[in-house]
Design a protein around this ligand. Structure first.
Ligand code: MG
Ligand code: MG
Length: 263
């Protein structure tokens, strides 16, 4: 599997990743108390298919839905279902699409107002840790440099970094090399080269970093059942930085008084 993408491939991954941001924004317009996570999933699937794309997660190793919707103590891979969202929930939405054989992948966490201050801060700092990890990227750096930035920032607030799940390369497959942990040491790990496309996706916990998988074979939740936040961008490595292929700008423009949107 080629780690270095051509500019044509990069633009296809960008197109797909931008649709993911638009899809999450569309879902965000519909988050309100009492809505089920399955209803949000249907909105996402219809939106993606209306844009002549395919949901990337549906059927991936048997995953049954378009979105991963992970509420409160669920870290990632929550399966949409009958659960009704309620005030105070922290809702992480992860989405993937396929357009013309290339994958998009991005995630965002929302609060259903009123949100506890400690959850608002957890989301804000997880969001910012993603941007800090991206900010140090350049050809010649290593994945450990990204992880170091994310980890040192969030641990300064007493949060913990999930280790069992990591970011990844992205292209004509949803998960390619290299693995991109959200923890690490400067100068360690795979070298970043211009043209590589990676997803950086910090999963940050209020309590323990230990996680456990539910019997459904998917849902990952914190061992202590304290909340977790998740944000994800797909980026291409350039000689002097990173070009973010996904986008939160559509999400940031959503007007929905029921939700808290981290900016
Ligand atoms: Mg994702
Ligand atoms: Mg991902």
């Amino acid at each position: 599997m080629a780690l270095i993408k051509t500019e044509i491939e990069i633009e296809k991954i960008r197109t797909s990743s931008l649709l993911v941001g638009k899809t999450i924004a569309e879902v965000a317009r519909h988050i309100k108390p009492g809505v089920t996570t399955l209803a949000l999933d249907k909105i996402a699937e219809e939106f993606i298919r209306d844009h002549k794309a395919k949901p990337a997660f549906k059927g991936y190793h048997g995953f049954p839905a378009t979105l991963c919707i992970s509420v409160n103590e669920v870290v990632v891979h929550g399966i949409p279902g009958k659960r009704e969202l309620k005030e105070g929930d922290l809702i992480s939405i992860d989405c993937g699409t396929i357009i013309d054989g290339y994958f998009g992948d991005s995630a965002f966490s929302f609060g259903l107002v009123p949100v506890a201050v400690e959850l608002e801060l957890l989301m804000k700092r997880t969001h910012d840790s993603l941007l800090k990890g991206i900010a140090i990227i350049a050809a010649g750096k290593r994945v450990g440099d990204i992880g170091y930035e994310v980890q040192t920032y969030v641990e300064s607030f007493g949060y913990t970094v999930v280790r069992d799940l990591v970011g990844h390369g992205l292209g004509s497959s949803l998960h390619e090399k290299p693995e991109v942990p959200n923890y690490g040491r400067k100068g360690n790990g795979a070298k970043l080269e211009a043209g590589m496309v990676i997803c950086i996706e910090p999963m940050i916990n209020l309590g323990t970093r230990q996680v456990t998988q539910e019997n459904d074979g998917w849902t990952i939740r914190t061992m202590d059942r304290k909340p977790s936040a998740h944000f994800e961008h797909a980026v291409v490595i350039r000689n002097n930085g990173a070009d973010i292929l996904s986008s939160f700008s559509e999400i940031e423009q959503v007007i929905n008084p029921d939700i808290l949107i981290t900016r």
